[in-house]
Design a binder for this molecule. Structure first.
Ligand SMILES: [Fe+2]
Length: 573
């Protein structure tokens, strides 16, 4: 039985499962080349169907990640905002109206849209609650038979935080927190306050900057903005910091009087902004830990699954993993809304149809892959000079090039689902070179100097590098680097002595593990610096995307499966 899962607004994506096994999953942005593509995922669906060799006729159920009719709460919030300020009412009403007309009402047309585009089919269409699809996307692919599940994001239909318990093939909702109390919207509003774009992926930047600051304004955030005092839930005080207003760079007096005006876009970043980022980050972490302890008390479970955009906060995750009483944790690589497409398909399969669980997500490689022949065809058309080498020659040669200072665009196997490059579409470089972060951020990726870079490392070396065993294949946790190791790998250690490693398992991605192994043979270091293979656009998907990026930017070598392009060779005719 085939079930299709869809995310159709903001990080649109499609996932296809067959008898409960994931077959294919991909974000629409990888095809449209528009970051965070929002809209019906036509191309992602087409890929999933093609990959399985089926048509829409073969799909029996479609799960959708949103119930478009839960609008009442939004209307109530807009009405309440009218009592706070005219600006706030206008911002909320404008956004609400736009959403209703463009998005929510449009969702009712999705079944028809599918049949019009992909041909007649008798599928049954299920509108599912957003946070329950987040919960399903984590728990149903986790290794756990039972677990506590916490999902948190900007907002779903009206829920922002969901507490659940998962047991076998069922998820039971225990408690929900609704708008305006949202950890995601709090973080997005802070993102805008320090002059970046919320919802455009800039939330990462706040976490990056936080490492450089001191929590000077922590008390303000915890006492006035994000509070847990005397209540069993957290409260986000939108009278002091409202993300609807933040969208327009308007900030209430409550925050301006304490922190000064928000930073305008492009204005110089100073210690003041780092301190705000650091304070807000710590406020988020402490609130999150408070909620995690609550769900531990509610469930008594030993395992915790998390999803929703907030679960991408790897610094927060590191603290949750180390400071809360849960023994085991699971966050899958598409913890944001793209992953809801997978959750929607699984929710139909398990919760609606009662099928038992049989799938566990151990890797992120669910997107398109290309054969050597397909790569060579595109290379031949591109006019680039290349050589084709077997792995026994290619991998040692690459390792040597990397150790000599090269940055390599590494294109290997099926593309990753989720925002992290995990050795399928990655730039790889030498983590020992202190200047590599500056070179990669500034000269290759054309982005801010403070963006951290992370290592991909052989899983079996965790204890040596961190002093403790560490298992995180999805780069979702920040962990302290052992003192004696910090100076060996300066490019991937954050200013506060931590790193966000991808632990590479020999059996899960053998080819990537072997490349790292060749680098270790030469240098004694069991890791490579790894950052996503893209320059100011979505991660590359096809060989053509990779070649376009190679031609338009400034890195040294491109590997498309077994085909190697060296930049110098292009000018040596
Ligand atoms: Fe979400």
């Amino acid at each position: 039985m085939y079930i299709l899962g869809l995310t159709t607004m903001g990080d649109s994506a499609a996932s296809l499962i067959r008898d409960g096994q994931l077959i294919a999953a991909v974000e629409e942005e990888r095809f449209s080349r528009k970051k965070h593509h929002s809209g019906f995922p036509f191309k992602a669906i087409q890929f999933c169907l093609d990959h399985a060799g089926i048509t829409l006729k073969d799909v029996e159920h479609v799960g959708h990640y949103w119930k478009p009719w839960i609008l009442r709460h939004k209307a109530m919030q807009a009405a309440k905002a009218a009592f706070v300020s005219r600006d706030m009412f206008k911002a909320r009403a404008d956004r609400g109206l736009a959403q209703v007309s463009e998005s929510y009402l449009g969702m009712f047309k999705h079944p028809r849209r599918l049949r019009e585009h992909f041909g007649p089919s008798n599928f049954k269409f299920h509108f599912l609650e957003h946070h329950q699809t987040h919960a399903a996307s984590a728990f149903f692919v986790s290794p756990f038979e039972t677990a506590a599940i916490l999902t948190w994001d900007g907002t779903g239909e009206d829920t922002t935080t969901l507490f659940c318990r998962g047991k076998a093939n069922k998820i039971e909702v225990l408690k929900r927190i609704k708008l305006p109390h949202s950890l995601g919207q709090f973080y997005s509003a802070v993102t805008n306050f320090i002059g970046f774009d919320m919802f455009a992926g800039d939330e990462w930047k706040v976490m990056g900057l936080a490492a450089y600051g001191t929590p000077k304004y922590y008390d303000f955030f915890r006492e006035k903005v994000l509070t847990t005092n005397g209540s069993s839930d957290f409260k986000f005080n939108v009278e002091v910091l409202d993300h609807h207003l933040a969208k327009h760079y308007k900030f209430p007096d409550g925050i301006v009087n304490e922190l000064g005006p928000g930073r305008a876009k492009g204005e110089e970043l100073t210690q003041h902004h780092w301190d705000i980022a650091c304070s807000a980050q710590k406020a988020l972490e402490d609130t999150a830990i408070y909620l995690v302890k609550q769900i531990k008390e509610m469930t008594g479970e030993e395992n915790l699954c998390m999803a929703g955009g907030v679960a991408f906060n790897s610094v927060m995750n590191g603290r949750i993993f180390h400071e809360t009483p849960f023994k085991n944790f699971y966050v899958q690589p598409a913890a944001g809304d793209a992953g809801c497409s997978l959750g929607a398909a699984l929710l139909v399969w398990h919760q609606k149809l009662g099928s038992p669980r049989s799938f566990q997500m151990k890797h992120a490689y669910w997107g398109p892959g290309f054969s050597n022949e397909e790569c060579r065809k595109v290379l031949d058309e591109s006019g680039l000079k290349y050589e084709t080498l077997p792995d026994e020659e290619l991998l040692p040669k690459l390792a040597k090039t990397i150790a000599d200072g090269a940055i390599v665009g590494w294109f290997n196997g099926r593309m990753e689902l989720g925002p992290r490059a995990l050795g399928a579409r990655s730039f790889v470089a030498d983590p020992r070179r202190a200047d590599m972060r500056e070179i990669l951020n500034h000269k290759v990726k054309l982005r801010e100097w403070f963006r951290p870079l992370a290592p991909s490392m052989q899983e079996e070396h965790g204890t040596e590098v961190f002093g403790v065993e560490h298992h995180d294949p999805f780069m979702i946790t920040v962990i302290e680097v052992a003192e004696e190791y910090k100076s060996k790998i300066p490019a991937v250690v954050h200013v506060d002595g931590t790193a966000r490693p991808q632990m590479v398992n020999k059996h899960v991605n053998p080819r990537y593990w072997n490349l790292i192994n060749e680098f270790k043979k030469l240098t004694g270091i069991p890791m490579l610096l790894n950052t996503s293979f893209n320059v100011q656009e979505p991660i590359v998907c096809s060989p053509q995307d990779a070649i376009n990026t190679f031609k338009n930017s400034n890195f040294d070598a491109l590997v498309l499966e077994n085909n190697l392009v060296i930049r110098e060779a292009q000018n040596s005719e």
